[in-house]
Design a protein around this ligand. Sequence first.
Ligand SMILES: Cc1ncc(COP(=O)(O)O)c(C=O)c1O
Length: 357
Amino acid sequence: MLTAEAIIDIAALQHNFKFLSGKCPSAKMAVVIKGNAYGHGAVEFAQALPQADAFAVSRLPEAIELRDAGIKQPILLLEGCFCLEELKLASALGLHTMIHNKQQLQELESASLDKPVQVWLKIDTGMHRLGFSPELLNVYYERVKASTNSLNEIGLASHFYNADELQSDATEQQIQCFDKATKNYSGPKSLSNSAGTLYWPSAHYDWLRPGIALYGIVPRVESTGIKEGLHPVMTLKSKLISVREHKKGEAIGYGHNWTASQDTCIGVVAMGYGDGYPRTAPNGTPVLINGRKAIIVGNVSMDMITVDLGPNALDAVGDEVVFWGKGLPVEEVALHIGTLAYELVIKLTKRVKKTYI
Ligand SMILES: Cc1ncc(COP(=O)(O)O)c(C=O)c1O
């Protein structure tokens, strides 16, 4: 049966986990598997990482899915609970919850929970998205500590906004801000996403929270996971469904946005925006076919992509085409398309069959 396929390499995932743990063996790791493990399959990933200290997701339904699948490790809700009902469920499921605003603090204080929850306080050290200002830490901390709904140990967390930019001093400032705010508190501390884990040893603290690097992808646009010692976990591929002769001067596809400058062969591949491959991929975006790079030409359709195979190409119907993964870093493809690798891997649709190896 012909279908687009994402091969998910569990050995690569395990390599990446070990590689990241090696960056700070004394720290624990909350593996970020929100967004269905960035499109890779959250349950499968959690099952493949029994050695993970914890998992982290954004929203309660993601944690429920993991608990329903029998995942026993702690699960941290990175955005916390959005209402009392959620807090009650978080308590029942033994989740860790982030508190980043007044409403969440008040709900913790007013809830009647069957058992206390593990709370993490989120301090805004510069991202200005979620979190309260460092000056308010004492107030939040004391109120959480006084609540019988909180376990005694209170975690302290913040998030980087620019840690993939190694030259920028923003990250150093965030680390200093976090240090200053938290130095008199004894609870576990967590600041590092993948970029922090990979590039900022002074930000490792007690818990790492890497996401994208687990999948073998680095957050820096100018680099690739493979260059930095990570292994790509997802390889997206499909097959040629047609190979056609194409004359110089002929255009191709919807909108005719590419015209051949020479006689050539065009390969038509069973992949399109209906599979999650971006419609915005421009002419020149690379793919791999029979061990060489070829380029996408013409607009991406819902079910098909057209590729310039070159004059007298020997490629045949049924040959495999790799869109990213082993041999073609997803970071490189993302750069061509003008997006992030995060967005490419997470947006694959249900039509893409996932095969775990
Ligand atoms: C709070 C928090 N921690 C950790 C991560 C993991 O980030 P990354 O995938 O860049 O490692 C994210 C993801 O956006 C996040 O929101």
